[in-house]
Design a protein around this ligand. Structure first.
Ligand code: NAP
Length: 281
């Protein structure tokens, strides 16, 4: 049996689907109710990663676990507590959803240091471990859903700065492979999309998928900062602005790891937009 935490999220949802489709027995964990996010036949368990004891019954008899890092800046995850409870239940394989920022922004309190300590705990767990370090997610573009639906407008800073956003469904497929197959122990996979896309190009891709043009409005850094501070802690905002505004060469590099694991190239942003267009209609 495989336990998936963050099961109703952007990665957890396609991961649970991939595992269930492959015939695996899955327990899907999230704090809230599943709300239809979990496929029929999959057990959903309500628990908080900040309270590892609440996960004890889930791990009983489980073989593998997919752990998410609690989110940038959240520091909610007590990795040691969760790993102890998982090991006590018999789990011998762990796949961690970490972040590229652990490598590229090591001095950032939100993206680097917290993530590094979780990775260290996984490495020292004594279990077979695999660490996934994705760059920015294509699903971050859901932030435009309301203004595209109501005004056919998308606003973002740094309109012509490209990043190789990754489709979270590809992260889910890589995670499913690492959870099910041998040969991934001790690997750190850096996960990106197949090409750079700029915010302006992403707005165009959503427009193409809709069949209607989207007006792109370039925000200043300060406008974007003020907007992001409404729903993100300040350290997360500052590091996020640095990544999207002044990405390092490592953050713009196209990683071969999705193709190495899946034997196919990762999905493009345009493909993600077509598959998720209902959110923008
Ligand atoms: N977005 C990016 O660009 C990006 C880039 C690199 C890495 N990452 C990492 O990827 C992960 C997912 O990112 P996302 O932005 O796409 O978020 P998301 O899909 O909203 O995922 C969050 C998921 O985790 C669950 N969750 C959150 N806190 C929890 C807790 N304390 N206990 C149990 N479950 C909890 C949420 O469900 P409930 O609310 O129901 O619990 C939800 O299913 C994050 O850990 C993030 O650090 C994201």
């Amino acid at each position: 049996m495989i336990v998936v935490t963050g099961a109703t999220g952007n990665v957890g949802r396609p991961l649970v689907q991939a595992l269930a489709a492959a015939g695996e027995q899955v327990t899907a964990v999230s704090r809230g109710v599943s709300g239809g996010a979990v496929p029929e036949g999959v057990r959903h368990w309500q628990a908080d990663l900040a309270a590892p004891e609440s996960l004890r019954p889930v791990f009983d008899g489980a073989d593998a676990v997919f752990l998410h890092d609690g989110g940038a800046g959240a520091h909610l995850l007590s990795p040691q507590g969760i790993l102890d409870v998982a090991k006590a239940g018999g789990v011998r394989r762990v796949v961690l959803l970490s972040s590229q920022g652990v490598a590229t922004r090591p001095r950032s309190s939100s993206h680097g240091a917290g993530g590094r300590s979780i990775e260290d705990a996984i490495r020292q767990s004594g279990m077979d471990w695999t660490i996934l370090r994705p760059g920015g997610f294509a699903s971050n573009t859901f932030a435009w859903a309301e203004t595209i639906r109501t005004q056919r407008t998308a606003a973002a800073p740094f309109g012509d700065t490209g990043l190789p956003l990754i489709d979270p469904a590809d992260i889910g497929e890589v995670a499913a492979a690492a959870l099910r197959e041998d040969g991934h122990a001790g690997q750190v996979y850096e996960l990106t999309g197949p090409a750079l896309s700029t915010p302006r190009q992403r707005a165009e891709a959503i427009g193409a998928a809709l069949g209607e043009p989207i007006r792109f409005v370039e925000q200043t850094r300060d406008e974007a900062r003020a907007q992001m501070l409404r729903f993100m802690p300040e350290p997360v905002v500052e590091t996020t602005l640095a990544i999207i505004g002044e990405p390092t060469p490592a953050e713009q590099r196209i990683s071969p790891d999705v193709e190495r694991v899946l034997g196919r190239t990762p999905c493009t942003f345009a493909e993600w937009a077509v598959r998720n267009i209902a959110a923008f209609r």
